[in-house]
Write a protein that binds this ligand. Structure first.
Ligand code: G1P
Length: 276
């Protein structure tokens, strides 16, 4: 059973400077809701109530967001503004939040390893908040993955087919098909941000993972890879060699809110659906 979701949230968000100079990128709003709140809502919808957040310097706003603001709530009590806080209030009441800090930026693998203290030795989910996922009124992406985990009990990465020239932005998987589910693959190999000529496929990993806890020991001995950083892709590769990683082509849409273009697309998408 998956009870905990890890949110690596220590990155600098340099692509959004100057907005991210003093504001965590995870707090940038799509409409009126910060990116990380979409992620927490997705985890909760998947039945997960423990949110484990890896933060860093300058990220205090995330902790304050998932807490009560007595002064603010007192001010707006009984006014027409009160309902605007209801959603986040309900969310906070259903979840627990714990935090640890990543002191140095040494890659996604290192961020996940930093979260070990919050996760312990159980399988867990990972959400990268800047990959904003939605499946309309259907099951969310993480919920779909948790259902698959319950059946297969191994690590799972969410994948999406991307244009050939974009593979170098992602972890890319080499897969073989599985019986009974044309959206599920067994991962044979994976490579972080390959040159398009060397990519094993066009199936790119997006920011949703379910990981078994042996990943922590693997990460501890994973040397720096692409960009001199400790890559989760490299650690997963070791699990994949033992046939213990599945790739899932999820139902739904994903916006790359780590880029300005993706962020604007997400904003337009959610704006168009306000009245639904
Ligand atoms: C990270 C991972 C990469 C994955 C991507 C998904 O890269 O290292 O394998 O495909 O997230 O968004 P980043 O976007 O942090 O450079």
């Amino acid at each position: 059973m998956i009870r905990k979701c890890l949110f690596p949230a220590a990155g600098y968000g340099t692509r959004f400077l100057p907005a991210t100079k003093a504001t965590p990128k995870e707090m940038l709003p799509v409409l009126t809701k910060p990116l990380i709140q979409y992620g927490v809502e997705e985890a909760l919808e998947a039945g997960i109530t423990t949110m484990a957040i890896v933060t860093g310097r300058g990220k205090r706003a995330i902790e304050d967001h998932f807490d009560i603001s007595y002064e603010l709530e007192h001010q707006i009590k009984g006014t027409s503004k009160e309902p605007l806080l209801r959603e986040i209030r309900d969310l906070i009441e259903q979840c627990t939040f714990s935090y640890t800090r990543q002191r140095e930026m040494k890659g996604l693998g290192h961020a996940i390893l930093t979260g070990e203290t919050l996760i312990g030795s159980e399988p867990f989910a990972v959400i990268l908040a800047d990959d904003l996922c939605t499946n309309g009124h259907g099951d969310g992406v993480l919920r779909q993955m948790v259902q698959l985990f319950n059946e297969h009990q191994c690590s799972i990465v969410a994948v999406e087919e991307v244009p050939h020239e974009e593979v170098s932005k992602y972890g890319v998987v080499a897969v073989e098909p599985m019986e009974n589910n044309s959206d599920l693959y067994r991962v044979r190999d994976m490579v972080e941000k390959p040159d398009p000529e060397e990519a094993p496929s066009r199936l790119a990993i997006i920011g949703r993972y379910i990981l078994t806890p042996d990943i922590f020991d693997i990460l501890r001995r994973t040397p720096p890879g692409k960009g001199g950083e400790i890559q989760i892709t490299d650690a997963l590769r070791e699990q994949a060699r033992n046939g213990k990683v599945l790739a899932y082509r999820f139902r739904g849409k994903r916006f790359d809110c780590g880029s300005v273009v993706g962020f604007v697309e997400a904003t337009n998408y959610f704006y168009d659906r306000i009245s639904e």
